[in-house]
Ligand binder design. Structure first.
Ligand code: LFR
Length: 484
């Protein structure tokens, strides 16, 4: 009888409970439960509804019990950078403000009064994103200094859910690095920086690595869900989990191409974790905090086994998700597959720079795209298909530029790009990506984030002897499509 492992993977637009098992080295998945997510306006800010998310987490666990499939361990991953503060009694102070809220506007300048952007990158290796925790904390310091000084603990969103499940407060390493307050050299909090910024030092405690057992379920949670299990920290940053699950054949050789020399061993890996965001990059054993790297806005996020994810945040499917919602609200409801099909018939050549801040949280994405095109003198799309074509082509263009930057900086030539995550199902985009980058695209698995979450638990349970073996198992266990 195989063991069940439970991954709760919560993204910006939906969450899911996936049970995983391993038999003869092959991983199988079963989706148990799925729920919606999104930011909601509360007290004038865009927030995550953490109560309702915690309710959904328990609902999915109850479903496991109802099916008689009791996991031996579970772990939660979510997006990064967002956090909650807790008081002395472990009660949440205020809302869980989300990263698309504009409270961080101008907070970069406040931070730079203390430390220059150059020095900040040298110390942390983290790309500038106006929503990084460092700027969110500055917004709190400016707007709600009392809340910050009353706080006894800071927990990132998955850390908070793990705490709600176990009563144990832990700060997990991969997600902590996205605060922009962790040193890639010491791999722990940069207390000197934290002190300089005037953030309360006591909020930053020792970091825990993926694979650590956080604890077991509290009595109250056990009574509610109907079982007990261990809570094992995955790479709680979803991108950290997704990149763990990039399929890599053990000897770098793909099925049917055994004689070809392929560069997709761990070091030569080029990936896109494709979801609400497209995270494109490679893996490094040491962070690159050089000026050149800073200028390209590449980041060095902490990963499993202290590997670094050297990547760029690209606006990703957020743009098409937003347009899809806006079309539906206007009575034109299309699925993503339909939008792709319609886009593929269009000839419009207009392109927008996806990473421009105007696309981060516009009132209307449709209008933001059109306004940009109008101002830059390009053809403005008149139909849903043409609008989708502009977005998909712009993303592919961004991928092309990012590969060029990565190749220039790392001095490597990547042969292929592995696209993992929900967006790896977008065939039209995969074709555009192969064409724009000139690389072979390997697409899948779609559930990479949940799989990566499971892998941390499975490695800890010695189902696999380390990440290389686990990645090879992903390669053998899931279907991967090729686009040349
Ligand atoms: C992807 C992701 C990115 C992070 C962004 C905001 O879901 O975690 O890695 O930059 O969301 O947290």
């Amino acid at each position: 009888m195989e063991n069940y492992y439970l991954a709760v993977d919560i993204g910006a637009s939906s969450g899911r409970h996936i049970l995983g098992t391993v038999k003869d080295g092959t991983i199988s998945l079963e989706e148990i439960y799925r729920f919606e997510n999104g930011m909601v306006k509360r007290n004038g800010h865009l927030c995550w509804d953490v109560e309702s998310l915690f309710h959904e987490i328990k609902m999915g666990m109850k479903q496991c019990a109802a099916l008689g499939k009791i996991p031996c361990s579970m772990g939660i991953d979510t997006w990064a950078v967002d956090f909650v503060l807790l008081d002395r009694d472990g009660q949440r102070l205020g809302d869980a403000v989300g990263y698309r809220d504009d409270r961080t506007k101008g907070m970069d300048e406040k931070v730079y009064e203390v430390i220059s952007p150059e020095a900040l990158y040298e110390r942390t290796g983290i790309q500038k994103q106006i929503f990084n925790t460092i700027y969110q904390l500055m917004a709190m310091k400016e707007e709600q200094p009392e809340a910050l000084s009353c706080a006894e603990s800071l927990l990132m969103i998955p850390d908070y859910f793990h705490y709600m499940l176990t009563g144990v407060k832990r700060q997990e390493y991969t997600n902590a690095t996205t605060t922009q307050l962790v040193s890639p050299v010491t791999k722990t909090w940069d207390y000197e920086l934290i002190r300089q910024l005037g953030y309360p030092e006591k909020l930053f405690t020792g970091l825990s690595m993926p694979g650590t057992v956080a604890g077991t379920l509290t009595k109250a949670v056990q009574d509610e869900v109907g079982f007990n299990c261990e809570v094992v920290l995955p790479a709680t940053h979803d991108t950290g989990s997704a990149v763990m699950a990039v399929p890599v054949p053990e000897n770098g050789k793909r099925k049917g191409h055994e004689t070809e020399k392929i560069h997709d061993t761990d070091d030569g890996l080029l990936y896109i974790s494709s979801g609400t965001w497209s995270l494109m990059g490679t893996e490094l054993s040491e962070a690159d905090c050089s000026a050149e790297s800073r200028k390209a806005n590449l980041t060095n996020e902490g990963g499993y086994d202290y590997r670094f994810r050297y990547l760029k945040n690209i606006m990703g499917l957020w743009m098409i998700q937003s347009v899809k919602k806006e079309l539906a609200a206007a009575g034109e409801a299309y699925s993503f597959a339909e939008l792709c099909r319609m886009a593929s018939k269009e000839t419009i050549k207009s392109i927008v720079p996806c990473n421009d801040d105007v696309f981060l949280a516009p009132e209307s994405m449709t209008e933001a795209v059109k306004a940009y095109l109008r101002e830059s003198g390009q053809e403005v799309p008149e139909t849903a298909g043409a609008l989708a074509a502009v977005i998909y082509n712009s993303l592919a263009q961004c991928y092309k530029e990012t590969v060029e930057e990565l190749e220039a900086i790392t001095g490597r030539t990547y042969q292929a790009v592995n696209i993992v995550g929900g967006g790896s199902n977008a065939e039209y985009l995969n074709r555009l990506t192969a064409k724009a980058t000139g690389k072979t695209v390997y697409a899948g698995p779609g559930e990479a984030t949940a799989i990566g979450n499971l892998l941390a638990q499975m490695i800890r349970a010695e189902e696999f002897q380390g990440l290389a073996e686990a990645r090879a198992a992903v390669y053998h266990s899931f279907e991967i499509s090729t686009y040349v």
